[in-house]
Design a binder for this molecule. Structure first.
Ligand SMILES: NC(=O)c1ccc[n+]([C@@H]2O[C@H](COP(=O)([O-])OP(=O)(O)OC[C@H]3O[C@@H](n4cnc5c(N)ncnc54)[C@H](O)[C@@H]3O)[C@@H](O)[C@H]2O)c1
Length: 337
């Protein structure tokens, strides 16, 4: 069993597997993939999940059969192909979506747009029809565009609730925590770096000045650390040399976000995670900031807070790219037949 991992931060208590037991039906769409399989394993291992619904266009019967033998209480059902999508989503409280193609060396996340935009639009259209109240957590890239796509699709069905649609950026926080801990000789489980903005290159903005515990770096090291966090996904893509992008660390991050959400839905107080959501905090319609989560999703957007001059510049420099990616997602749905 995974041990309980809890890390108190400002108002945040982070845990990968809580001891409390609740009933939630969670769906993973893209469950047979590099992220989908280990993510489903982590979800199957959680006492927060009572039903695990696994959907993909391939291999789900095998993945579901395999996971169903694990001695935890969550029942596991596999669904394969478009005609089983509705059944997979019925009654789901949380839907996590890692479906879509990953990057190969030399590609940006935006290069995935053409394939993944259609996949995300199709899957969220089904969510709007079959589980319109569910929390929707999008992992599929480019997140800076797939979240506006999700919002526009939900709007078309008249069921968009901005408090329930999340672009999962948790891996950026996980990486920032790890890299800061490495540099400062800290226990990574005790480090918390908020990461704001979006989820691609320079739109990923780690707020090192707001790290807990407080850490300081000389300007050149701060700049190198920020660059490494922004390009950490590319580090993995290069190391995998054509075999895809981050899967195991993303599964961890996706599970962490899902458990935080389930904890908050179950009434736990003070649960804070950053995610890319509809936002009034900057001139960008969608922006990631720390969010206080509650029974109905986002309870309060905690906003950008105080930034250093270096971070203010990073935010300013990210705006144009973010706005472009958001518009691209919105235009895609507007032009959909
Ligand atoms: N948000 C993040 O931080 C983050 C990090 C890493 C990867 N990603 C993204 O996650 C996505 C998945 O990555 P991966 O490595 O698991 O890829 P993968 O190719 O290993 O798996 C993708 C899965 O999606 C399935 N799929 C494709 N079309 C589908 C559809 N219409 N319906 C249901 N399932 C479908 C495939 O069959 C496959 O099993 C990519 O878009 C990648 O860029 C996001």
């Amino acid at each position: 069993m995974f041990s309980r991992i809890a890390r108190p931060t400002t108002t945040l208590v982070r845990s990968l597997s809580t001891s409390s037991q609740h009933n939630a039906k969670v769906a993973v769409l893209g469950a047979s993939g590099g992220i989908g399989q280990p993510l489903s394993l982590l979800l199957k291992n959680s006492p927060l999940v009572s039903e695990l619904s696994l959907y993909d266009i391939a291999h789900t019967p095998g993945v579901a059969s395999d996971l169903s033998h694990i001695e935890t209480r969550a029942t596991v059902t596999g669904y394969m192909g478009a005609d089983q999508l509705g059944a997979a989503l019925k009654g789901c409280e949380v839907v996590v979506i890692p479906a879509g193609v990953p990057r190969k060396p030399g590609m940006t996340r935006d290069d995935l747009f053409n394939t993944n935009a259609t996949i995300v639009a199709t899957l969220t259209d089904a969510c709007a029809r079959h589980c319109p109240q569910a929390m929707i957590c999008i992992i599929s890239n480019p997140v800076n565009s797939t979240i506006p796509i999700t919002a526009e699709v939900m709007k078309k069905h008249g069921v968009y609730n901005p408090n329930r649609v999340f672009g999962v950026t948790t891996l950026d926080i996980v990486r920032a925590n790890t890299f800061v801990a490495e540099l400062k000789g800290l226990d990574p489980a005790r480090v918390n770096v908020p990461v704001v903005g979006g989820h691609a290159g320079k739109t990923i903005i780690p707020l090192i000045s707001r790290c807990t515990p407080k850490v300081e770096f000389p300007a050149d090291q701060l700049s190198a650390l920020t660059g490494r966090i922004q390009e950490a996904g590319t580090e993995v893509v290069k190391a995998k040399a054509g075999a895809g992008s981050a899967t195991l660390s993303m599964a961890y991050a996706g599970a962490r976000f899902t458990f935080s959400l389930l904890d908050a839905m179950n009434g736990k107080e003070g649960v804070v995670e950053c995610a890319f959501v509809r936002s009034e905090e900057t001139e960008c319609k969608y922006f990631s900031t720390p969010l206080l989560l509650g029974k109905n999703g986002i309870e309060k957007n905690l906003g950008l807070g105080k930034l250093s001059a270096f971070e203010e510049k990073l935010v300013a420099e990210a705006m144009d790219e973010l706005k472009g990616s958001i518009k691209k997602g919105e235009d895609f749905v507007a032009n959909m037949k």
